[in-house]
Design a protein around this ligand. Structure first.
Ligand code: UTP
Length: 299
């Protein structure tokens, strides 16, 4: 019987260079999709999946993330005094509270890569497998990607699970691609991953996106992981190295993923949400003639 996934790690220390100058003073993870910052979606997804402890791996220059994530009693009082009690209650519901929630903020002093950021969380995780959520991969629709993964993980035999989506052949070079060995419904068995392969050598069209459930042995693998692509300590390299011992599988999640780390992906996410909200029908009509229809994508 598999152990429960009790901890979620949110690596949020990155520089966010693709969004400069917006990310000069505002962390990428706080960029809003209309009115909700990316980090909020990831937190809600983790809470829906029954996660007990949330570990944020941040950077000393990104203190605004903690200010957003944690409850702000002064702001709520101010809102109430101004007759905006409903807004104050809404904020209280989405914020994390140090008394009721198990929240840890730890720092990655130097941005040495995603694998290194996950390693920084090591001393703060609860026993058992850990979830890793990259907030700039926004997954909308479906039951919640991490909830789906947690259910599938309990049934699977593999120690590591990655979320995957099927991409067009010419797009394999943009993603880590799973080497699939078998399939049972949405669950894919795999024996490895290949980083950004050309279409002709890609082992499949199953692209890995920013949701992982990892066996705790990942930390030992990360400790001895050298630098990889871009001179960074890569999480995918450590997963690939420890796959022989723990096993690896993929889950084709049912929602739609938006790459909100890129400007085009962020725009797609905003249009997707706006086009399903009657509040913006006039604006879209005005601008496009007809409101764009929501569609699946993989920007
Ligand atoms: P990205 O690969 O998108 O890198 O990180 P980035 O630095 O944030 O953005 P660009 O590419 O320069 O525009 C994916 C996730 O991993 C975190 C980021 O904060 C983001 O949530 N990350 C990345 C870290 O926490 N530490 C790192 O050293 C690198």
């Amino acid at each position: 019987m598999k152990q429960k996934i009790r901890t979620a790690i949110f690596p949020v220390a990155g520089l966010g260079t693709r969004f400069l100058p917006a990310t000069k003073a505002t962390p990428k993870e706080l960029l809003p999709v209309i009115d909700t910052p990316l980090i909020q979606y990831a937190i809600d997804e983790a809470r829906d999946a029954g996660i007990e402890r949330l570990v944020f791996v941040s950077h000393p220059s990104k203190t605004a993330i903690e200010r957003h994530v944690m409850d702000d009693a002064v702001l709520r009082r101010e809102l109430k005094e101004r007759g905006k009690g409903a807004l104050a209650r809404e904020l209280a519901q989405t914020a994390l509270c140090p008394v009721e929630d198990d929240v840890v903020f730890t720092m990655q002093e130097e941005q040495l890569g995603l694998g290194h950021a996950v390693l920084c969380a090591r001393d703060h995780v609860l026993p058992g497998p850990v979830a890793v959520l990259l907030p700039d991969d926004l997954i909308l629709g479906g039951q919640g990607c991490l909830s789906e993964m947690a259910e599938a993980y309990a049934r699977s035999e593999a120690g590591h699970m990655v979320a995957t989506m099927t991409v067009a052949p010419e797009d394999t070079r943009k993603y880590g691609i799973l080497s699939v060995t078998g399939q049972s419904g949405a669950l894919l068995s795999a024996d490895g991953m290949v980083e950004k392969p050309e279409p002709e050598v890609a082992p499949s069209r199953e692209a890995v996106v920013g949701r992982y459930v990892l066996d705790p042995s990942i930390f030992a693998a990360l400790e001895t992981q050298g630098t990889g692509a871009g001179g960074e300590i890569q999480l995918t390299d450590a997963i690939a190295r420890s796959t022989g011992a723990t096993g690896l599988c993929g889950l084709r999640f049912s929602g739609t993923r938006f790459d909100c780390g890129s400007k085009a992906g962020m725009l797609r996410a905003i249009l997707h949400l706006a086009s399903s909200d009657p509040e913006y029908a006039d604006v879209l009509q005005e601008h496009f003639g007809a409101a764009p229809r929501p569609r699946s994508q993989a920007a």
